[in-house]
Each structure stands twice: as structure tokens, then as C-alpha cells.
Design a protein around this ligand. Structure first.
Ligand code: DC
Length: 225
């Protein structure tokens, strides 16, 4: 039996704020699988560059930071050099920075082995932009999870308000559309639905319905082995 069956991967890709992180984490929990938030690695790289005063477009130096990233994921907390940065990597500055460093081929290459190392028994749910196309091309199930830009901006707005932060919906929508365009237009591993991925449009779905859809597809894949 090959690794795609022995250590199965569920790859969930999609645009910013589509809810794929929440869905992926819950699918992982339901199956008792490991979970990889690959976007966090790009965000950590951007934060490391900001802190080291390295320009986001200095490909060689940012790639070195990515390769040596002293990061660890510990019970829901993300640490950089031992310091909790779970909130710090979600700032707008880090979001924009991560989208810029993610466009650099040497940075993507530097993070490849680290991402693949998360593939451990009994299995892995990985979310990002290129989980199914580049990092785990032999994933047992690939899902492209999306929602309209308006719905994604609404969800982000609600999240920020709930956290007591101020937010403007039209600015959020514009930021999302700019980030989508940058993620889709880059030359390496652009954001796109691959032909072998299931399309999951969550515009009209609850989180529970989206999680169930992924679990149902997974059962179909297992039954077909
Ligand atoms: O999923 P996220 O918003 O946390 O991702 C942050 C940035 O990293 C986003 O601009 C896209 C990029 N990214 C990527 O290029 N490839 C991945 N596998 C994950 C994220």
C-alpha cells in the first residue's frame, strides 16, 4: 500500500477568509487527524522578516528566514522563538506581508519539507492555497473551499466586531479582492481550483454543513479504495 492510503491527506485549499481553516480544523478533530495551517507558516515568515528588518521582496534573505523559522505550534498557540504570536500574525501588516513573501519561489521551496513533515499517522488535514496542487499532490481528498467575496468580507467583519475591533466592510472587501488577485496572479503555485478537487461553495452553508460535506466525500474516497 502506498503512502496516500497509509497516511491519508485531506487537502483543503481556497481564498482568504473562506472559512477553510475552521472547517479543516474541525474535520481533523472529527477524524483524529493532525492539522496543518500552512498560511500560518507564510504569516510567521512575514513576521520574522518584519522583526529582523528584512524587506519583503529580499527573496534570498526571506527564504533563509523561512528555512530556519524557529516556530512551533503548541496546543492552539503559535510560538516564534518561544514567544506567543497567535494574534500578531493575524494583523493586517502580516496578512499583506505573507501574501508578498508567498509570491517568492525560494520562500515556497524553503517551506516545502516543513509542510510535508506534518504528514503523520493516522492522517493529516492541511489547509492553504497549494496543498492539493504542490505540497500533497497525492492527497486522498482535495477540496476547493470558497464563498463569494461579499460573504467572506461579511464574515471577517463579524469576527472583528465580535473581538471588539472596528472594521469597515467596504475596506475589508477591497483588501480581500486585492489579496485574491495577488494570490491568483503569482507565477508559482497560484490559487486555483485543480481539476481533481471537489468544489465546496460555503456562501449558503453553515460551518457544520461544510464539515459534513468534507467528511462525506472522505467516506466515499475510503469506500472506493
Ligand atoms: O490562509 P492565510 O490567509 O493565513 O494565508 C496567508 C497568506 O499566505 C496568503 O496571502 C496566501 C499565502 N499562502 C500561500 O501562498 N500558500 C499556502 N499554502 C498558504 C497560504
Amino acid at each position: 500500500m502506498n503512502d496516500s492510503v497509509l497516511t491519508p491527506v485531506i487537502a483543503i485549499d481556497g481564498p482568504s477568509a473562506s472559512g477553510k481553516g475552521t472547517v479543516a480544523a474541525r474535520v481533523a478533530q472529527a477524524l483524529g487527524f493532525h492539522y496543518l495551517d500552512s498560511g500560518a507558516l507564510y504569516r510567521l515568515t512575514a513576521l520574522a522578516a518584519l522583526r529582523a528588518g528584512v524587506a519583503m521582496d529580499d527573496e534570498a534573505r526571506v527564504a533563509t528566514l523561512a528555512r530556519q523559522l524557529p516556530a512551533c505550534f503548541d496546543a492552539g498557540e503559535i510560538l516564534l522563538d518561544g514567544e506567543p504570536v497567535t494574534e500578531a500574525i493575524r494583523t493586517e501588516e502580516c496578512s499583506v506581508g505573507s501574501s508578498r513573501v508567498a509570491a517568492l519561489p525560494a520562500v515556497r521551496a524553503a517551506l516545502l519539507d516543513r509542510q510535508r513533515a506534518y504528514r503523520q499517522k493516522p492522517g493529516l488535514v492541511a489547509d492553504g492555497r497549494d496543498m492539493g496542487s504542490v505540497v500533497f499532490p497525492d492527497a486522498l481528498l482535495k477540496v476547493y473551499l470558497t464563498a463569494t467575496a461579499e460573504e467572506r468580507a461579511n464574515r471577517r467583519h463579524k469576527q472583528l466586531i465580535e473581538k471588539g475591533m472596528s472594521a469597515n466592510i467596504s475596506t475589508l472587501l477591497q483588501d480581500l479582492q486585492e489579496r485574491d488577485a495577488r494570490d491568483a496572479a503569482r507565477s508559482v503555485a497560484p490559487l486555483q481550483k485543480s481539476a481533481d478537487a471537489e468544489l465546496l461553495d460555503t456562501t449558503q452553508l453553515s460551518i457544520e454543513q461544510a464539515v459534513q460535506a468534507v467528511l462525506d466525500w472522505y467516506q466515499v474516497r475510503l469506500a472506493a479504495l
